[in-house]
Design a binder for this molecule. Structure first.
Ligand code: ZN
Length: 340
């Protein structure tokens, strides 16, 4: 049996393949010749599954997928066939047995400007069910590299990798995985939407829960509230149901004066997030850890200065940034010399 589940990779496949045309000057594509030389070369050799096929991973998978098929539980349980790839994955620490050619192929594409990557689809073939206790090994090969294609995302090359999976040394299935490595198209902000700007991307709404509801009520009223322990009087931020110092669940609030300094900051360059950049066009923006005059620290944005002028120790003052008809967020304006 075979399963293709492009759906797992969002809708990019549709967007990618629609209107995919081979370049007319394909024959003159010198890079393609170099890329094709990688066909048949190993992407991973003698890989070993990090865990035996096991019941806890099967259960977690079924819960995440909402799959209640009885075949996956009980004494005769098999693993869901679509877990095939899961048994071969290296996790955050990765595999130490990666082979060079796949990395070389990527480096070649990166160097030629095809720096973006998107998974387009995968296909699996199953030869026999996997059961708890099976010991997984695998080899992967770079099966094909397509000629250069122009897609809606940009121009690039499809790379298909085939992984042969074995249990106790005998074949159990095949996993084919296809990516598009492409040159990202630059789209000027003007072309993206209306010429008028009020349409800038909206910031996501804060997630309000019972532990932080009081904080957001304060923000809605233009007040920045800090929790103070009812037992030991320690101040705390962000809001928590209990005191980290003494464990007491009793608390009250104090209103911050709004004075603070930049304790630390990072500048986000990627991925672009138009809602957070001051220009609204997705450029870099500074995320700062503000130390309030009261002594607690909070993550926020510094406004009124370019992202590359934010500095540790910079004095800032609270203000509220309107982000929607009824929404506002606490941000901090540089009070050093600005109109602040
Ligand atoms: Zn306390």
């Amino acid at each position: 049996m075979t399963a293709g589940h492009a759906g797992a990779y969002e809708d990019v496949n549709e967007g990618v393949n629609e209107g995919a045309d081979e370049d007319v000057n394909e024959g003159a594509d010198e890079l393609y010749g170099r890329l094709r030389a990688y066909e048949g070369r190993p992407a991973a050799t003698a890989g070993t599954g990090k865990d035996l096929v096991n019941e806890p991973m099967i259960r977690h998978w079924c819960e995440a997928m909402g799959d209640t098929n009885p075949a996956y539980t009980g004494p005769d349980a098999i693993a869901p066939p679509t877990m095939l790839q899961a048994w071969t994955m290296g996790g955050l620490s990765g595999h130490t047995d990666r082979s060079g050619p796949y990395d070389e192929l990527f480096a070649l594409l990166d160097g030629a400007g095809y720096t973006a990557v998107v998974a387009t689809d995968c296909e699996q073939e199953y030869l026999r069910p996997l059961r708890p206790g099976d010991r997984i090994t695998f080899d992967a090969v770079i099966e094909t590299v397509s000629a250069r294609k122009t897609t809606k995302l940009g121009t690039g090359y499809f790379v298909t990798t085939r992984m042969d999976v074995r249990a106790q040394g005998a074949p159990v299935g095949t996993h084919r995985f296809r990516i598009l490595k492409y040159r990202p198209k630059y789209r000027p902000a003007k072309e993206k939407g209306n010429a008028k700007r009020p349409n800038r991307a909206a910031r996501p709404d804060p997630v309000v829960n019972r532990d932080n509801a009081g904080f957001w009520e304060g923000v809605a009223a233009g007040r920045l509230l800090i929790q103070r322990c009812g037992a030991c009087a320690d101040l705390r931020f962000p809001w928590l149901p209990g005191c980290n110092t003494c464990g007491s669940p009793e608390w009250e609030t104090v209103e911050a004066s709004g004075e603070g300094t930049v304790f630390s900051y990072v500048v986000m360059h990627h991925p672009p997030f138009p809602a957070f950049s001051e220009s609204g066009e997705g450029g870099p923006y500074a995320v700062a850890l503000i130390e309030l005059a009261e002594g607690v620290r909070m993550v926020s944005n510094v406004v009124g200065v370019p992202y590359d002028k934010v500095r540790v120790g910079m004095p800032v003052r609270l203000e509220f940034l309107r982000t929607g008809p009824e929404a506002q967020l606490p941000v901090f304006r540089s009070s050093a010399g600005g109109e602040g």
